[in-house]
Design a protein around this ligand. Structure first.
Ligand code: SAH
Ligand code: SF4
Length: 387
């Protein structure tokens, strides 16, 4: 057994260049590095290996050297909750900083459906923005996730649902390996991904590599509240599918619901959308619209929405508001959501109403808020009692 210290820096999340650098530091001659990288890449991302010892293609010495300097560790699972509807939520602990405090917590959600399985991943712990209907928005930004931690969420989910080619050799109790279980990746967890641009971009490059995790860019969606200047850059450097958290059709209301609108109003946001690369009927932008009773759910709002989006290849995703403790809104009633959807449908837009999933485990959109805040508060209470 080649033992590896889990505290060593992980190789998960490293790009090809990063891996090449690791081999250089281990003294692998330059001419052999590319081939070694290709081999390691395959074991890391196509097979999900968690043990250096299984990488039989690498020499014993090289495996030993790798395991002494690095690990294959993923973010640690603190809890795994399974909803009555099959949705799974993992609370993950990230690496600590050098102050010696425990690492922060972040959430990842897996939503199985009949024809696909969506993994909703986080890009930040907390968020700098404060959308008034979003639970994450009540948690101040703790820090950005690293590429390792962003990629690591996909690896953890695949580990847990047994989605590696060799999963069953290790775990005969895993789910049947009939078809691919995670078909889509959405950056709709905690945080604003465009405010952690480089790390999210680098992680998505690994997710999209056909000889790695292998999700086509058509199956990766970045959701943004509207960081307008970063939208063309994302189009150029990553060009995944795009979702826009619109939620209101007038600037006065959007200023309130999605305060970033004060900086970049609706017209600027929609201009950036119009210019997003290679838009077509097959590649449409999703507009997310949370249904808040008496706030943004009138028929006049629906008509204005249709008018605003004219000319943009678009899908409209109506999201029933998911409540959280202390939230200042109520979800629109079902009848109103249907009437709203009908106006949008009649105008020729697909407008699926996103069925709330995993509400019983607080895993639905906008309910994520890691317990780190609560945990810090209780630690303070403990300290207060102890002193
Ligand atoms: N920060 C990014 C991505 C994370 S939020 C963004 O804002 O787009 C993912 C989606 O969930 C967004 O559309 C967000 O507006 C929506 N959302 C947030 N809180 C919600 C809630 N309580 N109920 C329903 N949807 C919510
Ligand atoms: Fe942040 Fe998105 Fe929540 Fe707004 S909706 S607070 S941008 S996570």
């Amino acid at each position: 057994m080649v033992g590896s210290d889990q505290n060593n820096p992980t190789l998960v999340g490293l790009s090809r260049e990063g891996l090449e650098h690791v081999f250089a530091t281990l003294g692998v001659p330059e001419r052999a590095r590319r081939m070694r990288v290709a081999q390691l890449w395959n074991w890391l991302y196509a097979r999900g290996t968690t043990d250096f010892d299984r990488m039989s293609v690498l020499s014993k010495d090289l495996r030993a050297a790798l395991s002494q300097s690095h690990s294959l560790s993923r973010p640690e699972i603190v809890t795994e909750q399974v909803s009555a509807d099959g949705t799974r939520k993992w609370l993950l602990r990230l690496d600590a900083d050098d102050t010696g405090k425990m690492g922060p917590l972040v959430e990842t959600v897996y939503i199985p459906e009949e024809t696909r399985g969506t993994l909703c991943i986080s890009s930040q712990v907390g968020c700098t923005l404060t959308c008034s209907f979003c639970h994450t928005g009540t948690q101040p930004l703790v820090r950005n996730l690293t590429p390792s931690e962003i990629t690591g969420q996909i690896m953890v989910a695949r580990d847990r649902i047994g989605e590696w080619p060799e999963a069953h050799a290790d775990d005969p109790t895993g789910l049947p390996d009939v078809e691919r279980k995670i078909t889509n990746i959405v950056l709709m967890g905690m945080g604003e991904p465009l405010y952690n641009f480089e790390n999210v971009r680098d992680a998505m490059a690994i997710a999209a590599a056909s000889d790695g995790l292998g999700y086509s860019k058509r199956r990766i969606t970045l959701s943004t509240s509207g960081v307008v200047p970063e939208i063309p850059r994302w189009g150029k450097e990553a060009n995944t599918m795009l979702a826009i958290s619109l939620h209101a059709v007038r600037d006065d209301l959007r200023n309130e619901l999605v305060p970033i609108n004060r900086k970049w109003p609706i017209s600027e946001l929609l201009d950036a959308c119009r210019q997003y690369p290679s838009l077509s009927n097959a590649k449409r932008i999703t507009f997310e619209y949370v249904m808040l009773e008496g706030v943004n759910d009138s028929i006049a709002d629906a008509k204005e929405l249709v008018r605003l989006l004219a000319g943009i290849p678009a899908k409209i995703n109506l999201i029933p508001f998911n409540p959280w403790p202390g939230a200042p809104y109520k979800c629109s009633d079902w009848e109103q959501i249907e009437k709203f959807a009908e106006v949008v449908n009649r105008a020729g837009y697909a407008s699926p109403v996103r069925a709330p999933r995993g509400r019983d485990i607080m895993a639905a959109c906008g309910q994520l808020k890691s317990a780190s805040v609560k945990e810090r508060a209780s630690a303070r209470r403990v300290e207060a009692v102890a002193t």
